[in-house]
Design a protein around this ligand. Structure first.
Ligand code: ADP
Ligand code: MG
Length: 661
């Protein structure tokens, strides 16, 4: 077939535009991305060759070569990995296959600054070559295919690319970057070596560069080897030498890995441009042997809530890469964790299905979950957000005894929690075995703290004398929660209430009935029973009111029989005339509303209307000539106050207007 010109998929064109216009502040990432592709290609070959050793052809040792040509102003990265057929080159380099990536591109705003930020959290992969190149030539041949089935792919990184069939003896891929004039600094062995080793030291296959030597050089300035030699300059010797350590980072001893190397490795596997919050690197021995290197990122990825978002853990078996996103290795609620698990026990040909059933995988999953929870507990322990004021006075003395490591962890838990707290809560329903540990890691806003920083333990420590439950309220927003009428009596009595505004809260709390032997009680469920927190006169007044209001309640029940399951007197209100509550075992009106919005079936349960006998409107109700209208208004307003909408808003408006007139 002759040469054909094809257009990039629209999303790719958009991505390319962005890459070239907003990523030049960090041009070096091209090396990371292209070397990581070369390394992936070698991993894929190694994996396929488990069944088809003939794929190795006559070159069984996998490697990557990086070379440059100062005359032509090109850099070439060559691997002898799996390679691509012509169709694969068209598909893989011209379209975006992954749905997450497509969604991501869809989210871009067109605002360069903002998009550049977004894109930094996301691997632009192959296209990052266009940060430094105005033309890229890819030549490739798939392992096992004939030499005549090679492909050449060329593009200037704008609207289209060309492909043509070529003859290519060597299997694998070479990517040639034709550098832009402002990127010529990379045509330098020192510079290239330093960025390659920065981004690829952890890669387990050798990355080779051609050795250079001084030609006819004279040392003009003694002691200054790099700058001092003159004419002739450096010439290539034809000998290739490795520029990276070529030992997988996680297989090295902890003491041989620097903090910077751990961070660089994280960035390489996660495509995150920020450092992780923390990590744990361990070799686990015993019945199941494996190495784990697990990272907690600092920021949520753009696709955290994507339904089919996988965990970010790569599985290796005895250093051979097996698969990305091995979801069997960590529970879904820890899907934000990135890292590597290298098992010594699993068979090399393990499949996803097999992973689900393996006893070893179960042990790895349990061990890794525990490890992540301990990392989080450690961060939480060092988070100083809630240091009591008294400690601040002696701050100097305290700082002296905190070692540097501890200091570095300060504030990190709040950062973690802001990004991933809502995901962590899913664990209450997903991981019964670790429920108590998880509950300790949860943080909430409360009537005494706007930020999500109150733990159940903090709350318990502040409970009032005689208080026997942890009170909470769920709502769509913090403002709705804080201003909810249901909180009135709690505010009056100075009882703290946790404010829960994450979508998962209500669902997650179904799985947590108590914390440390203290029951959790929604202030919007069941009759309010403040127990010992109420004094005798209050109790007596409530009983008398209930008696006195009996006839009124009967009338209200009759008028509102289609809307309310029951109508009763309450002591939970101070300033509001009425509020809605659900029966103890019922689903909150907020959750029911959410389910309906999401198009899911929600049980049609009617709420209970509670009225405040002290409120003038309620007192007036009895003798009103507009009893029915007022009754409906009181009900609908209670619904409005908690962020709901009357079933028939027009009728509500009509009734209010009639009274206003
Ligand atoms: P990713 O690596 O995240 O899949 P990239 O944009 O880096 O995304 O690469 C896109 C695809 O192009 C890869 O998934 C792979 O199929 C193909 N590809 C890129 N570089 C190579 C290479 N050196 N050898 C074989 N295939 C490659
Ligand atoms: Mg890639």
């Amino acid at each position: 077939m002759s040469k054909q010109t094809l257009s990039f998929q629209a999303e790719v064109a958009q991505l390319l535009h962005l890459v070239t216009h907003s990523l030049y502040s960090n041009p070096e990432i091209f090396a990371r991305e292209l070397i990581s592709n070369a390394s992936d290609a070698c991993d894929k070959l190694r994996f396929e060759a488990l069944h088809r050793p003939e794929l190795y052809e006559d070159a069984p040792s996998l490697e990557v070569r990086v070379s440059f040509d100062t005359g032509a102003k090109t850099i070439t990265i060559t691997d002898n990995g799996i390679g691509m057929s012509e169709q694969e080159a068209i598909d893989h380099l011209g379209t975006i296959a992954k749905s997450g990536t497509k969604d991501f591109v869809g989210k871009l705003t067109g605002d360069q600054k903002q998009d550049a930020q977004l894109i930094g959290q996301f691997g632009v992969g192959f296209y990052s070559g266009f940060i430094v190149a105005d033309k890229i030539t890819v030549e490739s041949r798939r392992a096992g295919a004939a030499a005549s089935e090679g492909v050449r792919w060329v593009s200037g990184g704008t609207g289209d690319f060309e492909v043509e069939a070529i003859e290519r003896a060597a299997r694998g891929t070479s990517v040639t970057l034709h550098l832009r004039s402002d990127a010529e600094e990379y045509l330098n062995a020192w510079k290239l070596k330093s960025i390659i080793s920065k981004y690829s030291d952890h890669i387990s296959l050798p990355i080779l560069m051609e050795k250079e030597e001084w030609k006819d050089g004279e040392l003009i300035t003694p002691g200054d080897e790099n700058g001092g030699r003159q004419p002739g300059g450096m010439v290539k010797t034809g000998e290739w030498e490795p520029v990276n350590k070529a030992s997988a980072l996680w297989t090295r001893a902890k003491k041989d890995v620097t903090e910077e190397q751990y961070q660089a490795f994280y960035k390489a596997i996660s495509h995150d441009h920020e450092n992780p919050l923390t990590w744990a690197h361990n070799r686990v021995e015993g019945n199941t042997e494996y190495t784990q290197l697990l990272y907690i990122p600092a920021k949520a990825p753009f696709d955290l809530w994507n339904r089919d978002k996988k965990t970010g853990v790569k599985l290796y078996v005895k250093r051979v890469f097996i698969m990305d996103d091995a979801e069997a290795l960590l529970p879904g609620y820890l899907r934000f964790v990135k890292g590597v698990i290298d098992s010594a026990d699993l068979p090399l040909n393990v499949s996803r299905e097999l992973l689900q059933e393996s006893r070893d995988v179960k042990a790895i999953r349990e061990g890794s979950t525990k490890r992540v929870l301990s990392m989080l507990e450690d961060l939480a322990k060092h988070d100083k957000h809630d240091a009591p004021a008294a400690a601040a006075e002696g701050a100097d003395a305290v700082t002296d005894v905190v070692d540097a490591d501890d200091k570095a962890k300060e504030g990190k838990y709040s950062q973690f929690y802001a990004a991933f707290g809502a995901v962590l809560k899913e664990g209450l329903g997903e991981d019964f075995g670790n429920r108590e540990r998880l509950a300790k890691l949860l943080r909430f806003a409360s009537t005494s703290s706007d930020s999500a920083s109150v733990s159940f333990a903090d709350y318990k420590a502040r409970m009032k004398e005689g208080q026997d439950a942890i009170y909470y309220i769920t709502a769509d927003t913090l403002a709705a929660a804080k201003n909810s009428p249901q909180l009135e009596v709690f505010k009056k009595k100075g009882i703290e209430v946790l404010l829960m505004t994450d979508r998962v809260d209500e669902w997650a709390l179904n799985y947590l009935q108590e914390f440390d032997d203290t029951p959790l009680q929604s202030v919007a469920k069941g009759a309010v029973d403040l127990g010992k927190l109420q004094d005798e006169t209050e109790k007596k007044a409530a009983e008398e009111a209930a008696e006195a209001f009996k006839p009124l309640l009967e009338r209200l029940k009759e008028v509102l029989k289609d809307k309310a399951q029951d109508v009763r007197i309450t002591t939970r209100l101070v300033d509001s005339p009425a509020c809605l509550v659900v029966q103890d075992d019922g689903m909150s009106t907020q959750l029911a509303r959410m389910l309906k919005q999401a198009g899911q079936p929600a049980p049609e349960s009617k709420p209970v209307l509670e009225v405040n006998p002290e409120h003038p409107l309620v007192k007036k109700l009895e003798s009103s000539a507009h009893f029915d209208d007022l009754a409906h208004i009181v009900f609908d307003q209670a619904l409005l106050a908690e962020g709901g909408l009357p079933d028939d808003p027009a009728a509500y408006v009509r009734r209010v207007n009639a009274l206003l007139v």
